[in-house]
Design a protein. Structure first.
Length: 127
């Protein structure tokens, strides 16, 4: 009888699947036959482990996005406070903010911002 695989190998597969990899892709890169790896994936404990890794990855991604969003808001705030004509920097900050706000369900907020920008542009003070 073959020796059992170490848990680290199963953890590696769980991380791979949590990151969106395929079972076949993982098996091509590791000396584990597909049937064995598939059997591991059927265990409830393994599925929970994959879900934990997915949540961790999502949390890290969200935190990274939040840090960048904070920097973008800070840049936009400095530009508004300075009163300087830094349209390129403001557009850069907006390009970071807009997708994140839209992704968070802030379409209404973006529509309001666009209407305000249009009013400012009509007054000759817009971006």
């Amino acid at each position: 009888m073959a020796a059992p695989y170490p848990e680290t190998v199963k953890d590696d597969l769980a991380r791979w699947l949590a990151a969106g990899g395929t079972l076949d892709g993982w098996c091509r890169q590791h000396p584990v036959c597909r049937k064995t790896a598939w059997t591991w994936t059927q265990a409830e404990a393994f599925r929970r482990k994959v879900e934990v890794y997915r949540r961790r990855a999502a949390d890290r991604t969200f935190n990274r996005m939040a840090r960048h969003l904070g920097k973008a808001f800070a840049t936009a705030g400095r530009l508004v406070d300075s009163g300087e004509d830094d349209r390129i920097q403001l557009a850069s900050a907006r390009s970071v903010i807009a997708p994140m706000v839209e992704g968070a369900g802030g379409a209404d907020l973006l529509a309001r911002i666009r209407r305000l920008e249009e009013r400012l542009a009509a007054l000759g003070d817009g971006p």
